[in-house]
Design a protein around this ligand. Sequence first.
Ligand SMILES: O=C1O[C@H](COP(=O)(O)O)[C@@H](O)[C@H](O)[C@H]1O
Length: 732
Amino acid sequence: MGERRGLVEENTKRRPLKRNQPMCPYMICKSNKAQNLEICTPLGSSLFPLKQSRLISREWLQARLVMLAAAPAIVVERGLKRAEWPRSKVEVRRMKGRSIQAVLSSTGRSLSSSSSSPSLSYVEKRLSFLASFSTQRQPLQNPFLSRLLGFPRKPNSSVVSSSSSSSSSSSSVTLRFLSTSSSSSEEQEDIDHIEANEQEDSFQCETIGEGESTDGWEEEDEAEPEIGDGGDGGGVVLQGVPWGESALSIARDVLLQFGNDTKLYAFKTTPRGYVYVRLDKLSNEYGCPNMEELESYSQEFKKRLDEVGELGKIPNNLALEVSSPGAERILKVPNDLDRFKDKPMRVCYVDVESKCQEKDGVFMLDSMETESESCVWKLANVKENRDPESKGRPLSRKQKDWRLKVPFGMHRRNLDRELIKLSFVLVDEMIHIYLLLYFCSPTHCSAGILDCMGLLVDRAVKLVESMAFSGARNERGEVRIHESLDELSTDLAYHIAELSEASVKERGVFAIALSGGSLVGLMGKLCEPPYNKTVDWAKWYIFWADERVVAKNHADSNYKLAKDGLLSKVPIVPSHVHSINDSVSAEEAADDYEFAIRQLVKTRVVSVSEISDCPKFDLILLGMGPDGHVASLFPTHSVLNERDEWVTFITDSPKPPPERITFTLPVINSASNVAVVVTGESKAEALHLAIDDVGPDGVSLPARMVQPTKGKLVWFLDKPAASKLDCSQFSE
Ligand SMILES: O=C1O[C@H](COP(=O)(O)O)[C@@H](O)[C@H](O)[C@H]1O
């Protein structure tokens, strides 16, 4: 949550309707509490002149309902080639027992593949079928409408959105299978059945009224994407379903057959038995696997789910949807920008001058300034940015030269640094708006003001929430609570990479001390793109905050854990890896290790604290045990009082193995940065004692004693671990 974020949004961003623009099919995407409905077109701007929105009256809308019903037909009538389709979504739906209905909807992306696979030929057929869709239908019986009608969907999580506006070839196809236990021949049968019964299908479509469920499918959450939402925001969200982990591990396993190029972008399970998978293809400019790849992944995954379902390990009636986020994904600022730098992005940002005014636009990345931690944006050459009077001419020189510098932190949802300042501004503005409302009679109170008020309240709530959840700082450090382990590891990798970059810039090296345990697995994202390439590994010097005195190839060795999980996967210089001498006693190993560190302090590979004479590591990474131990400092152990040594030893560890060496508290608390990574419910109580500083005075809880004198302390937590924290009351 504390990470920088961005959003790639579908290019149907609502904007005021420009004058002189021709009519185009609309779909209702928003209705507000007042008389007006906001309407926006479902189509990509590169293909259609109107992807704008405007407020219109109900009467106006009613007069055009027929048009709404016919929207998909109009798309086809315009004679688009298949490759130009802005977005096609195939939903194979099982309705009422074995009857299957398929619907194709157009909402902004294209099919890129020209396969003769059943699904694709089905889409083609369906397209021509929709072309003959009668404009005389009762619109509210149109299944598209029953899905699209809804309440306002305010973008609430955006920062930067990569817009497919200037390109029409971004592909995203969704494949859905209900009931994983059906065989593939049955599916083929089902598809044939659909093709043979299109008229019947259309009848079924028509008979579904507004508000009724259109089929057995659970529609994905309509909320705007958020980082780590398991949808277009990526990440893994299992929603506590007991079979979620198994399904995830099967999903990952199946992916291995698809090479290194295809990654799991998002994975979501729902308590109603749905599995949503989004695949990311690194070599594709939009990150889209093609139709065949999605299909074969889908088939294989489904087969594997069926097999495991047969054994009774997971439910055997799961519904599966495999798709790709395409260009409609959230981008993290700055990490993801490089990958999509050649694409126009919808950038949502807080205006630096007005401080609280959120703006957005379709920009291209001009440059990134590491020193000032800012992005420099230029206008993208897309219709939205062109002067409507210029009759299709490209951007003017002035527009081309225009630049916008936005600090990383001012991209939307990245407000934690500005929390206090912003919330004051908000309160101020809210008072003004309140006064305005007070002086207006209700009849004069426009929807605009209400909207504005709503937006501000919304923002205020979000700010308070984020203050509680991400970046909340007290003397116990910054607490970051993550929705999922995936989100945590993403944030952790980002944090480490950021500190590494800063330290290499400042000192030419990065001295990092690791711990063992679950921490190492959670650092895994460092071995993946972009970090495996972007981190200056040659400048890393590795140490251990604690180590078990066992052979380096022993399963209990923290060195072995880090080597297998990280060090062997990235180009770290072997001589920069400072592990303990495992062939001597614990006491000697501690002495040797301290001596080695002293040499490196002399050469300033490791910096020195200005306050104590202790080494000042650039980053010390700690885990925490359920008993509150950190490194190998266990509760009530006498080494907690060690003030002279840098590295000490124990031979009576309550957790095996008994012989260990460990950094002492003065060393830990002298570091420039300390990150404590804690996950799992079993640690919730100790974490509460450590962070909320409660419990009997004088309890020697090691995690509570981690208090860097001058350095920065960040807690990386998952929700179960954070469940007993005082701030967890805000989590619902
Ligand atoms: O024994 C140890 O345990 C802690 C915590 O491990 P975890 O698996 O519960 O995260 C670890 O930080 C320490 O380095 C290790 O030696």
